[in-house]
Ligand binder design. Structure first.
Ligand code: SF4
Length: 351
């Protein structure tokens, strides 16, 4: 949004978490307040983690009542919170229209990674995904995306949120405008000052979105949920492949790599008797062989009513060994939060 488009109107309230610092400043000036007041407000929101107008005590009573008149400050509500034995916490969040999304906080040593949602449900119909069974409801708004990070930072208290991944409910590239604005707000020094290398968008392979992201100039890491390098098999698992075939996806990713600073990460969910055979490994090696990338492999978390099975430890070990021969960085990630249904969509599906 251009700066001069930001106008005050009590009937169309802006949300505090959807604004760039300069947009907030424009409104504050229109309200007849001094420029430094917007810095104070940003300080309350992002440094003091206080979004309640009444508790912003360095502001005059008059300004606080103007804020209440012209701005929204509602956050997603925590409806349910489940703590796994491994420290992972899954949150079910209720939005202002009564819809539900999920976010997952995953501690690992010094790192705290937050997995957030970008849509209510998802339209992409991946067969292994619990969110897909919910269908698509709507895109999240900027403040609902930034609000998840705000809540997580508050929940962490003195621990630092180190990484953000768009791997929760929804396909982030299907909600690109809001996702990109949220990312820019997160990265701004006046807001959370998040480093681009600590934010990852994960896509199922939406080629137009990948190209728009590359052209946007916004710095962010990209992960692709691959799960099979065989066209027919991937079509079966991820119908998006019919529209955006593997060969075209690869061209888009090579172009993305040329335009951006970060290596692409591929995610590969190991599914028993489906994508772990010799032919799968051979296809994976061929597909990724000439891309400068990283590969994360992870055991699929079983989801009730979905037709796939998790591999056993022996099968995982054999697959990991075979894949380790590949020349690029391979990471075997442990499934986290299996005891709390941490795969996205599993909790929201109950409501
Ligand atoms: S895996 Fe991602 S893109 Fe595919 S249906 Fe699930 S949420 Fe959507």
């Amino acid at each position: 949004m251009e700066k001069n488009e930001t106008k005050i109107d009590p009937d169309v309230k802006k949300h505090l978490l959807e604004l760039f610092p300069e947009e907030l400043e424009t409104i504050i000036l229109q309200l007849g307040e001094k420029r430094f007041r917007s810095k104070q407000i940003l300080n309350w929101i992002y440094q003091n983690r206080e979004i309640d107008f009444e508790k912003m005590l360095t502001l005059s009573v008059d300004l606080r009542s103007k804020l209440a008149k012209y701005f929204e400050n509602q956050l997603p509500g925590i409806k349910e919170k489940k703590l796994s034995q491994d420290g992972t916490t899954k949150y079910l969040l209720e939005l202002s229209d009564g819809k539900f999304i999920e976010m997952v906080l995953i501690p690992a040593g010094e790192k705290n990674t937050l997995c957030i949602s970008s849509q209510v449900g998802c339209a992409r119909k991946c067969k292994f995904c619990a969110t897909a069974t919910l269908g698509f409801s709507r895109n999240l708004e900027v403040q609902e995306i930034v609000g998840q990070i705000w809540l997580a930072i508050k929940e962490l208290n003195d621990s630092k949120l180190t990484n953000i991944v768009f791997m929760g409910m929804g396909e982030p590239l299907d909600n690109l405008e809001s996702v990109l604005k949220a990312i820019q707000i997160l990265q701004r020094d006046e807001c959370f000052s998040f480093s681009p290398r600590r934010i990852t968008i994960s896509t199922c392979g939406v080629i137009p979105g990948i190209r728009k992201l590359a052209d946007s100039g916004i710095k962010v890491k990209l992960a692709v949920s691959l799960n099979s390098a065989i066209q027919e098999k991937r079509e079966e698992l991820m119908p998006v492949t019919k529209h955006y075939p593997l060969a075209e996806l690869k061209n888009a990713l090579l172009d993305f790599r040329k335009k951006t600073a970060f290596r692409i990460t591929f995610e590969y969910v190991m599914i028993k008797d489906f994508n772990m055979r010799r032919e799968d490994i051979k296809a994976l090696l061929f597909y990724l062989g000439d891309i400068s990338c990283k590969l994360n492999i992870i055991k699929w978390n079983e989801v009730v009513n979905l037709p796939y099975k998790s591999p056993n430890e022996k099968e995982v070990k054999e697959f990991v060994q075979a894949i380790s021969k590949l020349s690029f960085a391979v990471t075997h990630r442990k499934s986290r939060g299996a005891d709390i249904e941490a795969a996205c969509g599993q909790l929201a599906g109950k409501y």
